[in-house]
Design a protein around this ligand. Structure first.
Ligand code: BTN
Length: 328
């Protein structure tokens, strides 16, 4: 290896040690050398960037072994908006339990397109203040975006991202994921992906958006509570997937659909992939529970519910798909 690479044996050994630290299992044998064994599905920023076809999204991409929540890390970076923010965060035990130290300088143009990934989240968060199980094998990823749009158009980002992930799953694995309003991705009624969008804005100006994406990729969901109705890519496909390949594809698809997020096509695609339309649903929100049939999805992301007392426009809430019997 040393001869082929034109470097010393000590230099090879140093690299092997660094790869092992990153989680690669490498066997060594005297006189034979080294052999990569077992788990190839390690999250590695260099590896992801090496075949990333995006123009701007994920050019600054960080992988951590363990964080509280990638959304929290991303929000801190976005808020601080300084070139050394990520290095300081990486050393801050309060937020990141363990972080890879290979952090370079962050672009001072405020991290638009920065991507944060972690192998494990110790305090993964879901919508409506729920917690989000984040064991190894999943894709726990947050994007920092600074779109030049007004606050009242922020729902468009959600549409663009849900559509992009559906496309990535269809192209790579032939899986038909449907969108449960507002932004859960399901495969046959089981959740494969959740999206948590957090917005920071001043009056009408969007400062930044952190989009957290959680995908049960190679996660064993068999121990999850049945009421979560979860599935994983591993379970659906009967094999593990390369998270590196999936992340690259998702980022590419997001970049494409984000560019056109204001187009009618994105709304139409989002609408056509809906598995909520036509269903009997229960919406729980601050204003109480609403039971009815989901009859339409408006261009502003609102779910139109026909209930006994008329047509309702719902912009936010927890949506439960009811079974025919329950609804009756
Ligand atoms: C939901 O369906 O409730 C949204 C789940 C979002 C989970 C992701 S995982 C990466 C990012 N970090 C978090 O703490 N949450 C999001």
């Amino acid at each position: 290896m040393a001869a082929r690479l034109g470097i010393s044996r000590a230099a090879v050994w140093k690299q092997i040690r660094s790869l092992r630290k990153r989680g690669y299992k490498i066997e060594s044998s005297t006189k034979k050398g080294y052999r990569l064994a077992g788990n190839y599905d390690i999250l590695d920023a260099d590896m992801i960037r090496s075949c990333l076809k995006t123009q701007w999204l994920g050019k600054d991409l960080r992988c951590f072994s363990e964080v509280t929540s990638t959304n929290e890390v991303a929000r801190t970076i976005a808020r601080e908006c300084r070139s050394d923010a990520i290095n300081r965060i990486a050393n801050c035990g309060a937020r990141i339990v363990k972080g890879t130290a290979n952090c370079g300088a962050v672009d001072e143009t405020a991290n638009d397109g920065t991507v944060i990934l972690a192998e494990i989240q110790t305090q993964g968060r879901g919508r409506l203040s729920r917690s989000w199980a984040s064991p190894p094998g999943g894709i726990w990823m947050s994007l920092i975006l600074r779109p030049q749009i007004s606050l009242d158009r922020a729902y468009r980002i959600n549409m663009a991202i849900s559509v992009a992930i559906c496309k990535a799953l269809a192209d790579l694995y032939g899986l038909a994921a449907g969108i449960k309003w507002p932004n859960d991705l399901l495969i046959e009624e089981k959740k494969i992906c959740g999206i948590l969008m957090e917005v920071s804005a001043e009056v009408d100006r969007l400062e930044y958006v952190v989009v957290g994406i959680g995908i049960n990729a190679n996660v064993d969901v068999s121990g999850y509570p049945a009421e979560w109705r979860s599935t994983s890519l591993g379970q659906e496909l009967g094999r593990g997937v390369s998270r590196t390949e999936l992340i690259q594809k998702i980022l590419l698809e997001i970049e494409k659909s984000y560019r056109h997020m204001d187009s009618k096509e994105i709304w139409e695609e989002w609408r056509s992939r809906s598995v909520t339309l036509g269903r009997q649903v229960r919406i729980s929100s601050v204003s109480g529970d609403l039971l009815g049939r989901a009859v339409d999805l408006a261009e502003d992301g609102a779910l139109m519910i026909q209930s006994r007392d008329g047509l309702h426009r719902v912009l936010a809430g927890d949506c439960i798909h009811l079974r025919a019997l329950e609804a009756a």
